[in-house]
Every structure is written in C-alpha cells, then in structure tokens.
Design a binder for this molecule. Structure first.
Ligand code: PEP
Length: 260
C-alpha cells in the first residue's frame, strides 16, 4: 500500500463472515487482473481469519493490501479464540479493522478495547482502520456528535502523534450498515467535517489533514461518486458491495475517476 501521498483515496472491502480461503484466492486473483498496475487509489480487502493466508498469497506483488477484521491486544497467551498482531504479521497482513460496529454490537467491543487493540496494532506495524459511528437511536436523539466525540476521545486516548500518523478512521453510521440506507453525501460530509475538527483538537491541524476518513454504510457503485466528491471523504469501507468482485471493482474504478 502506498505511503507516499497525503490523503490518497482509499477503498477497502470488508467481507465480514463470508468467503472461504479458496473463494478469497479466486476473488483476489480476479480483482488484480482488473486493476491497473498503479491504481489512483489504495485498495484493501478484509477477509475472515481463515482466508487471510490465501488472500495474502493471491495479492502478493499487486496493489491489493490485505486487512484482518480484528486483532487482540496481547501478543500470546491463554486467550481462546483470539488472534494476535504477530500472528497477522506472520501471514503478511498489512492492515486491521478495529471497532467495527458489529464487534461493538455483538461482541462487547468498547472504546477502551478499541484503544488497546489500536495501540497493539500500530506497535506491531499493522495499519489500523478504526470504525466509529452512531446508532439510529443516537442520531434521532440528537446525540451524533457527542457519540462521535466520545468514540474519538476514548478510542484514540493516549495516542502519540507518530501512532496517529498511521491511523485510518471509518465513519460508519450504524443505521446505514447493511441496511441499504446510505447516508446522503451531505450527512456524511457533516460528520466527516466534525471528525476532522475533533482530530485538530486531539492532535493538530497537520495530522488532522493527514488522517484519511473513510465513509462506510451501504456504499455501492451508484452512490460512490457523490460520496467521494465530498471534501472530507477520503474513501470508503464497503461491506455487502465488496462481496462480488465486479461490483467492488466498479467502486474502485469510480474512486480512481473521482481522483483523476
Ligand atoms: C461494513 O461492513 O463496514 C459496511 C459498511 O457494510 P455495508 O457496506 O454492507 O453497509
């Protein structure tokens, strides 16, 4: 994944609990044959743990980076069911999604555990994609900004500037995930602008302008261009629409055109 340019657009696919190792390898091979050698956006895919190795192998030497969907904060020990950062390093995984709303909703993830996972990821050379976002009830109660502020303050607590440099944030309103109900570009931009301002308070302007903010929530080819045209949207975290290679490729291709 390119490290050179600041806020280079970034399109990542989150496969959630879909695809075996063989299916992952087939998909990645297909995508790499469609992509130009040097796409104008960074591209990543997040398979489930058992498919990571096959995906890394199939992506080797291509512009596709492979992400895990979670990482534990200890490096080894009696933690049944968990996967550590050194284990992901060993597979050649480059990135990791942390704090996805499904982890928060179904598996008790909190801003505090997000913070621990985040620090471990970065200290082990994994680039974190930290997810934040409000639920429908919170939005309807007018709590969106205070929820985002808490998630940022607590999730990123104690992060030094060097660690924050590595950060990618994904704003994923929970009401838009897997529902087909995408945030309008204006709603997404409003939240992204708020997040960027909070990053100035938490770090400084330079870092706030450097950290990429992805939007996630029912992104599909039909809405990608309008979303990515917003000034504070630097890419997308795509769930359902990343499961079919031709659909995900279309989103990446639109990202390249918006960038061109
Ligand atoms: C996600 O899983 O991060 C996501 C945004 O899902 P979907 O695109 O299906 O809403």
């Amino acid at each position: 994944m390119t490290e050179t340019s600041i806020r280079r657009p970034f399109i990542a696919g989150n496969w959630k609990m879909y695809k075996t190792a063989a299916q992952a390898a087939e998909y990645v091979s297909g995508l790499r044959s469609m992509l130009p050698a040097d796409p104008k956006v960074d591209v990543a895919l997040a398979p489930a743990f058992p498919a990571l190795e096959a995906a890394v192998r199939a992506a080797a030497g291509s512009p596709i980076a492979i992400a895990a969907q979670n990482v534990f904060w200890e490096t080894e020990g009696a933690f049944t069911g968990e996967v550590s950062a050194p284990m992901l390093n060993d597979l050649g995984v480059e990135l990791v999604i942390i704090g996805h709303s499904e982890r928060r909703q179904y598996f008790g993830e909190t801003d505090q555990t997000v913070n621990r996972r985040l620090k471990t990821a970065v200290s082990n050379g994994l680039r974190p994609i930290v997810c934040i976002g409000e639920t429908l009830e919170q939005r309807e109660a007018g709590l969106t900004f205070s929820v985002l502020e808490t998630q940022l303050k607590d999730g990123l607590a104690g992060l030094d500037h060097e660690t924050a440099e590595k950060l990618v944030l994904a704003y994923e309103p929970v009401w838009a995930i897997g529902t087909g109900r995408t945030a309008t570009p204006e709603i997404a931009q409003e939240a992204h602008r708020f997040i960027r301002h909070k990053l100035i308070e938490l770090f400084d302007k330079r870092l706030a302008n450097h950290i990429r903010l992805l939007y996630g929530g029912s992104v599909k080819p039909e809405n990608t261009a309008d979303l990515l045209a917003q000034p504070d949207l630097d890419g997308a975290l795509v769930g359902g629409a990343s499961l079919k290679v031709d659909v995900f490729y279309k989103i990446v291709d639109i990202g390249c055109q918006v960038t061109a």
